[in-house]
Write a protein that binds this ligand. Structure first.
Ligand SMILES: *[C@@H]1O[C@H](CO)[C@@H](O)[C@H](O)[C@H]1NC(C)=O
Ligand SMILES: CC(=O)N[C@H]1CO[C@H](CO)[C@@H](O)[C@@H]1O
Length: 736
C-alpha cells in the first residue's frame, strides 16, 4: 500500500498547557532548592535544641524533593490517544485477528460465581465476529460451583448474545444491564424479548444461587452433565488433575445461538494443582491459559480481565486493533492498557480507591514516554510479544485472520485431551515459562514486571482511556481491604526495584529516561513511608516542647516553604477536580495518602527488608473480607470502617493520638504562657502541620471515642495506641 493519502488508524495529541505546566513545575523546584539551602545553612549547633529533629527533617525534605522530581516524569509530557474505528472496518473488516479473552478467578467465596459469569457473558457479547472470539475461564479455585455457573452461562449465552446484537444493548453484563435499564425505557417491539431474556436470566441466577447456598452440586444436575466426572471425590482445591472442557466450540457448525448464528468459543480450565508444586498465583494461571489457548483457538490478541471487571463497552476490541493494525506506528505496539474503573465508588470516594489521578493524569504522562504500565486487568497483548518475542525494526507481525476450517464434535474430545498436558504442573520444568516467556514469576505484581520486561525488549505500549469506560470492576469497601491491597502493590513494586529487572539500572538505555523515572515513581512508593512518618511525628513533638524547626513568621525563608506548599496543593486540588473528583473527595484523598504512607507502605517496607534478609513472611497482615450488611451500609454512608484489629490500625491510631496530644498540649501551654499569637509567630508551620494532621484524623478520633457501631475502633487497638502515643509524648517531653 502506498503511503500517499494514507490515513492513520489512531491519532496522538499532546496535552494542552504543557509549556505553562513546565514553567510552573520549574518554579516549584526552585522553591524546593531554597528549602534545602535553608535547612543546610541553619543546622543547629551541637548541644542546641532541635539539632536531631532538624537533621531528620533535612533528610525527609531531600527525599520529598527527589520524589517530587520523579513524579514530574508522569506530568511532563502527557499524550491522549484517539482511534478511528470506521477506518479500521473499511480496511480490515474481513481480516480482523482472533482474540482470546482470559478471565481469571481464584476463589468461589470471595468471587461469587454469578459475578464471574457476568464478566464472562459481557466479553462473549463483544461486538466482534464470534468465530474469531474465544473466552477462557481459569478457575484456580477448581470449584464445581464455578464450573456449574459457567455451564448455565453457556446455555444463557444462546439467548443473551442475539438479544444484545439485535437491540445493540449496553452494557453487556446482564447483571449491570438489568439494573441500569428500566423497563419503561424499552420500545414496544423490544419489550417481549426483554421480559423473556430477563426471566431466563433470573431463572439461571436462582439455580446458581441455590447451588451456592447448598455449597455443592445436586445429584440431579451432576447426572445431567458428564463434565462433573472430572472432579473425583479425593481431589481438593490444592490437589487435583487438570480439568478442562470446551463448553462451546465456535468452529463446530452445531454451536449456534437461538437465531442460528455462530457463538464464540467458551472454555473452562482448572490447571493441575499438586501440593509439592508451587502454583505461582495468577501468573501461573495466565501462562497455562496462554498455552492451552494456543492449542484451541490461537488468537493473535490476548485480553486479560479479572473476574470482577465486566466489559462496559462492546466495541473496545476495535479501539485496540486500531493501535495494533496501524500501518505506520502499530508494529511497535506490544500491549494496550485500559484504565481500571470501578462502579462501586461512593460520591466522595472515602478510601480513594478510584486512583483517579493515576489513571487520568499519570498514565497519560507515561504514555508520552513510550509506554504505560501493564497493570493486569483490562490489558490487550499481542500473543507473540507476551511469549517473549523481541522487537526488530522493520519486521512485521502478521495479524491477519486465517480460517482453519470447521471442527466436528468428535474432534473436540481429542483436542481437550491433548490440551490437558499443557496445563500440568510439570509442563514448565526446564522451560523458559515464567522467565522469558509469558508472565514472570516471583513478584506479587507480576503484571508490572512483565510489562517492563516487554518494554525492555524494545516494544512500546499504549494507554487507551476513552471517556466511556471499557471495564468496570468492584473496589474494596473497607479501609483494611484498601490498605492491604496497597501493601501488596507497594511491596511488589519495591521488589521490582530490587530485582534483576530494576527500572533504575537494568532498564537503563532500554526504555526512555522519562519512562524509567515514571517506573521509579511507583517502585519507590514504600520508601516514602519513612520520610512521611518522620514528618508526621517529630515536628509535632517539638511543637509540644516549644522548639521551632521551621522559619518564623517574619523570616524571608518562610516564602519558599509557603510557595511550595500553596502551589503544590493548589495543583493537586485543581488536578483532582479536573479528573472528576469532588472537593470532599480531594480531602479524603489526602487522608488516605497519609494512611497509606504510614501503614501500608511502612509494613511493605519492613516486610521486603526482612524478606531479603532471609526471614520469611511476617504475619503483619490479616485479610478478612467482612462483607456483611452493616459494612456495606456504612460504606454507602461514607463512614470509615475500623472494625477489625489490624496492626495497621494501631499505627494509624497511635499517630493520630500523638498529634492530638501534642496539639492540645501546645494550646494549653500557649494559652497559659506566652499566648497564642506569640507562639504562632515563632512556629507557624509546625502549628499548621500538626493542626492539619489533627483535622485529617477526625474520623479516626470519632472511631476511637465517639462511635458505638461495629465499625468503631476495637478497644484493644484503642488502648494500645493510647498507651504508645502518650508514653512517647511524655518521654519526649521530660527525658529528651
Ligand atoms: C458504561 O456504559 C454505559 C453505556 O452502556 C455508559 O452510559 C456509562 O457512562 C459507562 N460507564 C462509565 C463509567 O463510563
Ligand atoms: C458488588 C458490590 O459490592 N456492589 C456494591 C457496590 O456499591 C454499591 C453502593 O455504592 C452497592 O449497592 C453494591 O451492592
Amino acid at each position: 500500500m502506498g503511503n500517499e493519502g494514507y490515513l492513520p488508524l489512531f491519532e496522538t495529541r499532546r496535552a494542552k498547557g504543557t509549556v505553562l505546566y513546565r514553567v510552573f513545575a520549574a518554579s516549584i523546584f526552585a522553591g524546593i532548592c531554597l528549602i534545602w539551602v535553608y535547612r543546610l545553612s541553619h543546622i543547629p549547633k551541637a548541644g542546641e535544641d532541635g539539632r536531631y529533629g532538624w537533621i531528620g527533617l533535612l533528610g525527609a525534605e531531600i527525599w520529598f524533593g527527589f520524589y517530587w522530581l520523579l513524579t514530574q516524569a508522569s506530568r511532563w509530557n502527557r499524550v491522549y490517544r484517539y482511534t478511528f474505528k470506521d477506518r479500521l472496518s473499511q480496511r480490515y473488516e474481513n481480516e480482523l485477528p482472533g482474540v482470546d479473552v482470559f478471565v481469571c478467578t481464584a476463589d468461589p467465596t470471595i468471587e461469587p460465581p454469578m459475578m464471574v459469569i457476568n464478566t464472562v457473558l459481557s466479553v462473549m457479547a463483544y461486538d466482534y465476529p464470534p468465530e474469531k472470539l474465544s473466552v477462557y475461564l481459569s478457575d484456580d479455585g477448581g470449584s464445581e460451583l464455578t464450573y456449574y455457573a459457567l455451564l448455565e452461562a453457556a446455555e444463557f449465552a444462546k439467548h443473551w448474545i442475539p438479544y444484545c446484537k439485535r437491540y445493540k444493548v449496553e452494557p453487556r453484563s446482564p447483571a449491570a444491564y438489568f439494573v441500569t435499564v428500566s423497563a419503561d425505557a424499552i420500545d414496544d417491539d423490544q419489550a417481549k424479548d426483554f421480559w423473556v431474556t430477563k426471566k431466563s436470566y433470573k431463572e439461571m441466577e436462582n439455580q446458581i444461587q441455590n447451588a451456592v447456598k447448598l455449597g455443592r452440586i445436586s445429584e440431579e444436575v451432576r447426572s445431567k452433565c458428564k463434565g462433573f466426572s472430572q472432579w473425583d471425590p479425593n481431589s481438593s482445591r490444592r490437589d487435583h488433575d487438570t480439568i478442562l472442557q470446551i463448553l462451546i466450540d465456535g468452529r463446530n457448525p452445531n454451536s449456534r445461538d437461538v437465531e442460528g448464528c455462530v457463538l464464540p468459543t467458551l472454555v473452562y480450565l482448572a490447571r493441575e494443582k499438586r501440593p509439592q508444586h508451587h502454583h505461582k498465583f495468577k501468573a501461573g494461571a495466565m501462562n497455562a491459559l496462554i498455552r492451552v489457548s494456543s492449542n484451541i483457538s490461537n488468537g493473535q490478541v490476548i485480553l486479560n480481565v479479572d473476574c470482577d471487571m465486566y466489559s462496559n463497552n462492546s466495541i473496545a476490541i476495535r479501539d485496540v486493533l486500531c493501535f495494533f493494525m496501524d500501518e505506520e506506528e502499530g508494529q511497535e505496539v506490544a500491549f494496550v492498557q485500559f484504565p481500571q474503573n470501578f462502579e462501586n465508588i461512593t460520591k466522595n470516594d472515602l478510601y480513594s480507591n478510584s486512583l483517579r489521578v493515576i489513571y487520568e493524569v499519570e498514565f497519560h504522562g507515561l504514555d508520552g514516554y513510550g509506554g504505560t504500565l501493564y497493570v493486569g486487568s483490562g490489558c490487550f497483548h499481542r500473543r507473540e510479544t507476551l511469549c517473549g518475542r523481541k522487537f526488530i525494526k522493520g519486521s512485521k507481525i502478521d495479524m491477519k485472520w486465517e480460517f482453519s476450517g470447521q471442527r466436528e464434535e468428535s474432534r473436540i474430545h481429542e483436542l481437550e485431551e491433548n490440551s490437558r498436558s499443557l496445563a500440568s504442573c510439570t509442563f514448565e520444568e526446564n522451560t523458559q515459562w515464567g522467565k522469558e516467556m509469558g508472565l514472570k514469576y516471583g513478584c506479587p505484581v507480576e503484571d508490572v514486571i512483565t510489562g517492563l520486561s516487554i518494554q525492555c525488549r524494545g516494544w512500546k505500549s499504549v494507554y487507551c482511556n476513552p471517556s466511556r469506560k471499557a471495564f468496570l470492576g468492584v473496589a474494596p469497601t473497607t479501609l483494611t481491604q484498601t490498605l492491604v491491597q496497597h501493601k501488596r502493590w507497594t511491596e511488589g513494586n519495591f521488589q521490582i526495584l530490587l530485582s534483576k529487572y530494576s527500572p533504575a539500572w537494568y532498564a537503563h538505555g532500554k526504555i526512555s529516561f522519562g519512562l524509567q523515572l515514571g517506573y521509579c515513581c511507583y517502585c519507590f512508593w514504600c520508601s516514602n513511608s519513612l520520610a512521611t512518618l518522620f514528618y508526621s511525628i517529630v515536628p509535632s513533638l517539638y511543637l509540644l516542647k516549644g522548639i521551632s524547626l521551621f522559619p518564623q513568621v517574619w523570616s524571608p525563608w518562610l516564602i519558599p516553604f509557603a510557595y511550595v506548599i500553596v502551589s503544590k496543593y493548589t495543583r493537586s486540588f485543581v488536578e483532582f477536580l479536573g479528573c472528576g473528583g469532588t472537593i470532599l473527595g480531594w480531602w479524603n484523598d489526602q487522608r488516605i495518602w497519609l494512611y497509606k504512607r504510614t501503614s501500608s507502605y511502612l509494613f511493605a517496607f519492613i516486610d521486603t527488608i526482612l524478606n531479603s534478609l532471609g526471614y520469611s513472611d511476617t504475619a503483619f497482615v490479616i485479610t478478612s473480607k467482612v462483607d456483611d450488611e452493616d459494612v456495606s451500609e456504612r460504606y454507602k454512608k461514607e463512614v470509615m470502617e475500623f472494625g477489625d484489629s489490624s496492626p495497621m490500625f494501631t499505627v494509624l491510631a497511635t499517630l493520630a493520638i500523638l498529634n492530638l496530644y501534642c496539639f492540645l498540649g501546645f494550646l494549653n501551654k500557649a494559652i497559659s504562657g506566652e499566648g497564642i499569637a506569640e507562639a504562632y509567630e515563632k512556629m507557624p508551620l509546625q502549628i499548621l502541620l500538626c493542626g492539619v494532621l489533627v483535622l485529617l484524623n477526625l474520623p479516626l478520633y470519632q472511631a476511637l471515642y465517639l462511635r458505638k457501631d461495629k465499625g468503631k475502633m476495637p478497644s484493644s487497638v484503642a488502648f494500645k495506641s493510647m498507651a504508645f502515643a502518650v508514653s512517647a509524648c511524655i518521654c519526649f517531653q521530660y527525658l529528651y
